[in-house]
Design a protein around this ligand. Sequence first.
Ligand code: CAA
Ligand code: FAD
Length: 380
Amino acid sequence: MDFTLSEEQLMIRDAARDFARNELLPGVVERDEKQLFPAEQVRHMGALGFLGMMVSPDYGGSGLDTVSYALAMEEISKTDASASVVMSVNNSLVCWGLEKFGTEAQKKKYLTRLATGEIIGAFCLSEPEAGSDATSQKTTAIEQGDHYLLNGTKNWITNGGTASVYLVIAQTHPEKKHHGINAFIVEKGMEGFEIGPKENKLGIRGSDTHSLIFNDVKVPKENRIGEDGFGFSFAMKTLAGGRIGIASQALGIASGAYELALKYAKQRKAFGTEICNHQAIAFKLADMHTRIEAARHLVLKAAWDKDQGNNYDLSGAMAKLYASQTAMDVTIEAVQIHGGNGYVKEYHVERLMRDAKITQIYEGTSEIQKIVISRGILAG
Ligand code: CAA
Ligand code: FAD
């Protein structure tokens, strides 16, 4: 067993760390407060290769492994989880699915621009009546000549307003249930495609979340991904990898809050000594550090599984379940260690605490991860 990261992996981690400190930290509080999308920063992330990290250089990507991606996600999420969710969706939900299952023509037309960050993508599965219960898709895509007619509403779509390309899951043959579902590439600006108002959220407020409305949108047949009826399997396979990205995001939120709390505890004095000298605070730091290390091992193991060609459905779900709970618990303790200062925006930990919550909800809630894990255990 070898826990050593390669030179290349360390270099990627350090580059992401520098980028986060130099370009994401300034303005992060204001972007959160005013719900401003980090457009300039996302453009730069594209130029640095962070938006198509695992895509082959043949399609404009960085050709890196999943471990490098997880390390970069952790570093960026320490500072700005709104920027890292853009990165996670573009890398693991959009580029990965297109590279793995798209046709050569689809890859040339869309993937090359998505991987460089020239445009960004969105992944559209959730609906008002189909969140956790994802097989209950009500959006329909009915075959008509050389196109599909798309009708319905998608909810909570990350990059909803800023994306140019949307991977949309829809029901083509309702009688076949989840075997009748397809995935389509839909472009912004197609007639009948409307973007709903931006959601006003608790956390990741810089990210851009919208509902999408499809009203008789004509989607060319060549925009279907995979064989007829492959859409639900496409969504599940894509989400299995996406969960490693969100687990890394949760890990980053936790470790960002921990680093701030450690620094603060060594400086802040109460009762004539630095607060870290009070055992109650020192033990909190010990618990936080231990939980983060455990989460990091689960995250990197899941990423490694994916790189090795092992099944990562379970390891990804376990990493997300554990890292997201760790993010929640650690950020609450980080606020506590900061006392009153923890409750105001300039100390950053209150934002990290608000950002942590979403990692227990999107890409499958914690309850859904337990369903995936328990079914996997029982089947094995
Ligand atoms: N890979 C391939 N196929 C899979 C799979 C996987 N990992 N997991 C399930 N499937 C297949 C099953 O094999 C089954 O197909 P067959 O009948 O051919 O065998 C089919 O999917 C349906 O599976 P189940 O019978 O297990 O379906 P279910 O209704 O009981 O529940 C579920 C499945 C795991 C709960 C699933 O609905 C699920 O993951 N729900 C959560 C949805 C989710 O994660 N949404 C995230 C939206 S994207 C997002 O959130 C992005 C963001 O925020 C940034
Ligand atoms: P529900 O499914 O209604 O669940 C409500 C509660 O019931 C949860 O606690 C859930 O765990 C629990 N529950 C449901 N079923 C079970 C069960 N069988 N057993 C035990 N408990 C259960 N979706 C996309 O497709 N693309 C995106 O880009 C995207 N981005 C998002 C960004 C944000 C900020 C948010 C808030 C959501 C986003 N989502 C996105 C949607 C997200 O994936 C869903 O919100 C999530 O899957 C939960 O679905 P739901 O909200 O309908 O909750």
